[in-house]
Each structure stands twice: as structure tokens, then as C-alpha cells.
Design a binder for this molecule. Structure first.
Ligand SMILES: [Zn+2]
Length: 257
């Protein structure tokens, strides 16, 4: 009797073991998720992966240089294919990977995953007209190696107008602005190829561009232009005022128009 029971148990085990993978509802390992991207948001890193059809959910893992993978999130819905990690510090590089699960069965995972350096969004402090043009300022971002400054008008999209190549420099003068034109400015921090998110509204100002001219001269200039540098009487005025006085833009120093 005992022997028979044992034989029956062994044959049952053999039957289970010889079942093809996928035949049992809970034993089939889900496919390894494809981790697609990681992007900086305002206060978080968003990780995106591809949906795994037979998964019941996902585990998100993170690691930094010198640490091992740590599970940071459990997503219990198969159709949730992104996660916003809000426990990030500006300037730190994070690597993320994702495993799908069905019950207690885990998928494999990409050991490369995706990597990103989190950079917080520069907080825009103000924009004002200075002698060099509209000047925008912002708060320093920890871990930034520099900043990109973008500009738009009411009828154009954001376009890069300047690169500030130091993380410690937190203002930019837009010398290429046109007088009496209304612009919006916004700033993104960068470090290598990683960029912060940005304030989509930006800060808006009507540019007043200042130029320099002499009573007798036909043109208006930048203050650095050799043409007027030695003149005794130099008038500083807006482009509009210079034009009203009958001056035109100097072709050598290319002052604002
Ligand atoms: Zn000139």
C-alpha cells in the first residue's frame, strides 16, 4: 500500500514536470518587459515600458551607481505601463528596470534597463529689459552642467536661443531680441544628454532694445562698435528712438533691429 502511494505520487510529479511551459495558468512566466524610456518630469522621473499581455502586474526596480536593484513599486494592473518615481534627487543618475509577474511567477528583466540623470526643473525667477536685451533669471539646479534658454512669440513654437555653459550661471540676456516684440522665455537644465523638464508657460516680456548713436552719424550701433567708440557724444536710446532720429542699423556691428 505504502509503495503504491509512493509510485502514484512520483508519477503525479512526473506528469506535472512534463507539462509544456505555459499549460499551467500560474506557472507560465510572463515575457520580459521591454523598458522603453525614462524622462525627467517636474519632480519625478517617468519610466515607460511595453505591455506584457499575460502579466497580472509589474514590479519596478531602481539602482544608482554602487547599489543593487531595489524594488520601488508594484503595479497591479497589466495595462499600467509607466511609473513616476518621485523619490529622486537632482543631479543623481538612476537606472530602472521592470519585471512582469503572474501570481508569484516573475518574468526575466533587462539588466541594462534605462538610465537617466534626474535634474529638477529650473524655477523661473523673472525677466526684465536690460542694456543687453531681455534678461531672464532662474534658480540654480543641483547637478546641472548648464542651461538651455528657449524663446517663443505668440505665433511661434519654443526655439533654443542660448546655451549657458555653467550650472552656476543663472541668468541670460537675449541680445538677438527685436525691439518692441513680445517674447516668452523658459529654461531647461542639462547635464550631458540629460535635460530637465520645463515650465511650459514661461515668462513674457515686451523687448526694449537699446542702441547707441552719435548726432552726426547715419547709423546706430552696439556700444562696442569701433565706429562710435571714440565719439564724445553718444546717445543711448531704444531702437525705435534711433529710427525716429533717422538712423539705420550699422552693418558692421549688427545691432538689434
Ligand atoms: Zn556699428
Amino acid at each position: 500500500m505504502k509503495t503504491l502511494k509512493r509510485i502514484a505520487l512520483i508519477s503525479l510529479c512526473l506528469t506535472v514536470l512534463s507539462l509544456p511551459v505555459g499549460a499551467g495558468a500560474t506557472s507560465a512566466a510572463p515575457a520580459t518587459p521591454v523598458v522603453k524610456s525614462a524622462a525627467n518630469g517636474n519632480g519625478y522621473v517617468k519610466v515607460v515600458w511595453g505591455k506584457v499581455t499575460n502579466a497580472s502586474g509589474y514590479y519596478v526596480y531602481r539602482k544608482t551607481s554602487g547599489t543593487s536593484w531595489a524594488r520601488i513599486a508594484t503595479l497591479k494592473v497589466n495595462s499600467t505601463v509607466s511609473y513616476a518615481d518621485k523619490t529622486v534627487k537632482s543631479g543623481t543618475a538612476y537606472r530602472y528596470t521592470v519585471r512582469a509577474y503572474v501570481g508569484s511567477t516573475l518574468s526575466g528583466y533587462s539588466s541594462t534597463g534605462v538610465v537617466i540623470r534626474y535634474l529638477s526643473t529650473p524655477m523661473l525667477k523673472g525677466v526684465k529689459n536690460t542694456a543687453s536685451g531681455p534678461t531672464v533669471s532662474w534658480t540654480k539646479v543641483t547637478g546641472a552642467s548648464g542651461y538651455y534658454v528657449y524663446r517663443k512669440t505668440s505665433s511661434t513654437a519654443w526655439a533654443k536661443v542660448g546655451t549657458v555653459k555653467s550650472g552656476a550661471t543663472v541668468s541670460f540676456a537675449n541680445t538677438t531680441a527685436k525691439d518692441a516684440t513680445t517674447y516668452s522665455y523658459m529654461v531647461r537644465a542639462y547635464n550631458g544628454s540629460y535635460m530637465s523638464s520645463y515650465n511650459a508657460t514661461g515668462l513674457t516680456i515686451k523687448a526694449i532694445m537699446y542702441v547707441y548713436y552719435t548726432p552726426g552719424g547715419a547709423c546706430y550701433h552696439l556700444l562696442t562698435c569701433p565706429t562710435i567708440k571714440k565719439s564724445k557724444t553718444i546717445t543711448k536710446g531704444t531702437v525705435s528712438a534711433a529710427k525716429k532720429a533717422g538712423k539705420r542699423a550699422c552693418k558692421d556691428c549688427k545691432p538689434p533691429q
